[in-house]
Design a protein around this ligand. Structure first.
Ligand code: CMX
Length: 134
């Protein structure tokens, strides 16, 4: 069902303050910033080899990422796994009794279709299913 890790999401207070560390100190390639209105976040995608780091800045106080930073501070927020068919993956997990945040796919960054597994069902790690955009 899962084909590889698509990206690791990291919650940050400010992209402007954080991107230079990943780009200049760690030497990752900055792929640009995208506003994901549906998720109330601004996203900077950083590329390192075939792996990606997604920096997430909340755009409003009621953003899930704002709530996360308030409770836990900035840091690793979720792990995203790539799937070929996000609907099929959701259906399999629901049939297995796994609690989904999203029972239907939502729009993620870069044209992806995403769905989150609730952290209560994945041992405290917010887990994202991510189907690449076409
Ligand atoms: N990792 C681990 N646990 C998390 C978490 C995270 N990132 N975010 C929330 N939780 C935990 C909370 O600590 C809380 O635990 P307790 O009940 O033990 O206190 C529990 O989950 C519920 O959290 P909440 O914020 O009080 O309640 P909500 O149900 O409103 O929100 C969640 C939780 C996961 C559904 C919400 O944060 C969410 O929908 N997240 C997904 C959306 C998102 O993060 N989008 C940005 C990514 C965009 C992209 O990749 O393109």
């Amino acid at each position: 069902m899962l084909t590889k890790i698509n990206h690791i999401g990291i919650a940050v207070k400010s992209l402007e303050e954080t991107v230079p560390f990943y780009r200049d100190n760690l030497g990752m390639e900055f792929k640009g910033i995208e506003d994901v209105a549906e998720q109330k976040v601004r996203v900077a995608m950083m590329q390192i080899g075939e792996s990606k780091i997604e920096l997430l800045e909340p755009t409003s106080d009621d953003s899930p990422v704002a709530k996360f930073i308030e409770k836990s501070g900035a840091g690793i927020h979720h792990v995203a796994y790539e799937v070929d068919d996000v609907e099929a993956a959701i259906a399999k997990l629901l049939a297995d009794g796994v609690r989904m945040v999203d029972e239907k796919p939502r729009h993620g960054a870069h044209g992806t279709r995403i769905a989150f597994i609730h952290p209560k069902s994945s041992n405290g790690v917010l887990t994202e299913l991510c189907q690449a955009g076409h």
